[in-house]
Ligand binder design. Structure first.
Ligand SMILES: Nc1ncnc2c1ncn2[C@@H]1O[C@H](COP(=O)(O)OP(=O)(O)OP(=O)(O)O)[C@@H](O)[C@H]1O
Ligand SMILES: [Mg+2]
Length: 366
């Protein structure tokens, strides 16, 4: 046990949720630190909403315990948990004014009238929509309505803010804008926040900690940099962006690097992090953005770099980047994302692909 550590704001201890034969959440252990923004990230059906609903008190764990601020809440009903909830389907009340929508939780808690007035005004200022008290929800845009939902959630000064894909109904530009606002607001308030999304960019851009889930299980938790740069698992590396994978066998240490013989016959140098011995079956992973691409006729391999020759099989211009699929001489297909769009290659052109050993990471073979 670490000493002098404040209790986690939210803690899951061996939490399991079964619906009949469906296991929605398998043995979840997770600590969410006071004041942090933690995202639960994973594909559809992996149990994100179920976890959030258990924190909210909308579902009961089948097994295990949930603690909020050190207090076990398994039997505490939803209205006795001081939570701010923004769910995608938790829309505003359409027939109530914005004031009444935001004031809802305060009236429910019997807060005196004058204080309600003050708090609603302040909450609307915080979401940068002062003065809209008398309007109806239908008189606001989608993004504005989402901000009102935020105001409604924060006005009660919750212990924990729970958000389930709150931005998914908005278009891409507005989403990005709201993401920044949400992040700023969370920091300003310092409120512990659990944010659910299946969008990796959303998770990486705003979290203190990302929890990557699959099939009701936590695969990895860590800072955005950790889960992205040091993905501990094939699924995580794949889900968090575009990765290339290759299987091979560890040959041994060579200088600073580990040499790996790939099944396709190529040999490469890789990052030595981890505990590897000669003969181990491994998977090498390298991000599409980390591969260098040049015309074969114009560039020779740099010393110490892993390199391959191939032909552009496919090219897509993405605005800020160009995505290529490169077919190597042995038939392997590599995904390369080039952020330097001043360098552009055409389909069929012969290219040199280089990968720094530090960007080639090893995972246990799945
Ligand atoms: N009330 C329920 N009864 C039966 N099965 C359920 C119930 N709620 C969820 N499930 C199942 O539990 C699993 C996890 O569902 P959950 O809604 O938590 O996933 P999710 O990660 O939020 O997915 P999405 O990204 O699609 O919202 C799924 O297989 C789902 O079908
Ligand atoms: Mg969900």
């Amino acid at each position: 046990m670490e000493k002098n550590k404040a209790p986690a704001a939210v803690q899951f201890k061996g939490v399991v949720k079964r619906y009949g034969k469906v296991v929605a959440v398998k043995k979840m252990d997770l600590d969410i630190e006071e004041g942090s923004l933690v995202t639960l990230l994973g594909p559809s059906g992996c149990g994100k909403t179920t976890l959030l609903r258990m924190v909210a008190g909308l579902e009961e764990p089948t097994e295990g315990e949930i603690f909020i601020k050190g207090k076990q809440v398994n039997d505490v009903p939803i209205h006795k948990r001081n939570l701010g909830i923004i769910f995608q389907n938790y829309a505003l009340f359409p027939h109530k004014t914005i004031f009444d929508n935001v004031a809802f939780g305060l009236k429910y808690r019997n807060v005196p009238k004058g204080e309600i007035q003050e708090k609603v005004t302040r909450a609307l200022e915080m979401v940068r929509l002062p003065g809209v008290e008398k309007r109806m929800p239908s008189q606001l845009s989608g993004g504005q309505q989402q901000r009102i939902a935020m105001a409604r959630a924060i006005v009660i000064e919750p212990d924990v803010l729970l958000m389930d894909e709150p931005l998914s109904a908005l278009d891409e530009n507005l989403r990005e804008e709201m993401r920044v606002e949400l992040d700023n607001l969370q920091q300003l308030l310092g409120v512990t926040t659990i944010f659910v999304t299946h969008d990796q960019r959303e998770a990486l851009s705003m979290s203190d900690k990302v929890v990557v889930m699959k099939d009701g299980e936590k695969l990895q938790e860590g800072s955005p940099e950790e889960v992205y740069n040091e993905s501990a698992d094939h699924f995580v590396a794949d889900f968090l962006g575009h990765s290339n994978f290759a299987q091979g066998v560890v040959m041994g240490q060579e200088g600073d690097w580990i040499r790996v013989k790939l099944d396709d016959g190529n040999e490469i140098s890789a990052d030595p992090s981890g505990d590897w011995t000669e003969g181990d079956r491994v998977e090498v992973v390298v991000r599409a953005q980390k591969l260098q691409i040049d015309l074969k006729s114009q560039q020779t391999p740099e010393s110490g770099m892993n390199h391959f020759y191939g032909k552009i099989a496919n090219r897509s211009y993405m605005g800020g980047e160009i995505s290529y699929f490169v077919e190597l001489e042995n038939g392997t297909m590599l995904h390369v994302i080039n952020l330097v769009i001043t360098k552009s290659f055409r389909k069929g052109e012969e290219v040199l692909i280089q990968a720094a050993p530090a960007h080639c990471r090893l995972l246990p073979k799945p």
